[in-house]
Design a binder for this molecule. Structure first.
Ligand code: FES
Length: 271
């Protein structure tokens, strides 16, 4: 590469690339921004996150685990809201839990690469000039906190377990006599897919690979770990796809439960 060419590429947005390199950062910016705006709005509503008409048991993933809520809702504590919550602040149970999954996404190795490009052009795309001259890395605050990813991974695993339990409960419908019967509604499938997609995203995390195989020196002596390592490595190869599918489906799951709870959509029973 000539010196003149190298200098030219240092200008913001300049590149020798002839493909439509800007599509990916624009798409990432649009989808992530839309999700953040929607999730913030939905998380602040504090209503229509639980659908129980017809004996159904659908809880929005943005509110699960539901720590506080009304008597008929599957809450952990019996109160509507914590006693220490300031009166002047509107309360929503989602506020108490969203930091866990949000921390997992924000510190995710894939998302970091994507939103560094899309939100602050660092760089906008590979081989495209960026609006700064030096590389600062993630070696000082606040970006050094990205190293907490492995801890968010453990928290995210707990969320996957909770959401899997929610999906299981979505297949049991309350009858008129108070007993529960197995059934399948469209919402059951929506919540099952939600747990599945999130499980594939979480288990495909780089921390998951380290957990199952990274600490081993010899795979031949740890056959079970090797099998697990191979499985999560397969998921890891499609980590980007799982990241987007699971993100979009979390949003759609909340939309589904919300619109059913509002009476806008009807939850069709398949069985
Ligand atoms: S690297 Fe993406 S969730 Fe861990």
């Amino acid at each position: 590469m000539s010196e003149a060419h190298a200098i030219k590429q240092h200008r913001f947005g300049e590149t020798s690339r002839t493909d439509r390199w800007w599509i990916q950062p624009v798409a990432v910016f649009s989808i992530l921004s839309s999700f953040i705006i929607y999730a913030t709005w939905a998380g602040m509503q504090g209503a229509n996150y639980f659908f129980h008409e017809g004996g159904a048991h659908y809880l929005s993933p943005l509110y699960s685990p539901l720590l506080y809520g009304l008597a008929h809702e599957p809450r952990v504590f019996s109160a509507i809201q914590p006693g220490w919550w300031p009166d002047f602040l509107p309360f929503s149970a989602a506020i108490l839990i969203l930091a866990g999954p949000a921390g997992m996404r924000i510190t995710c190795y894939y998302y970091r690469g994507a939103y560094y490009k899309a939100f602050w052009a660092d760089p906008p795309a590979c081989a495209v000039g960026e609006p700064r001259k030096s590389y600062l890395g993630e070696n000082r605050l606040p970006l050094i906190l990205q190293n907490a990813h492995r801890f968010f991974f453990y928290i995210a695993c707990l969320f996957v377990l909770v959401l899997s339990y929610d999906a299981f409960k979505a297949f049991w419908f309350l009858s008129g006599d108070g007993s529960k019967a197995f059934g399948i509604g469209v919402g059951s499938i929506v919540l099952l897919l939600n747990a599945f997609f999130l499980g594939c995203y979480t288990l495909g995390c780089h921390c998951s690979r380290h957990l199952f195989g990274g600490r081993l020196n010899c795979f031949a002596k740890a056959k079970v770990s090797k099998k697990c390592y191979d499985c999560v490595s397969t998921l890891n190869q499609n980590h980007m796809q799982w990241a987007w599918v699971s993100l979009v489906w979390v949003g759609f799951s909340d939309v589904y439960v919300r619109l059913c709870a509002m009476g806008t959509w009807t939850d069709w029973r398949i069985l």
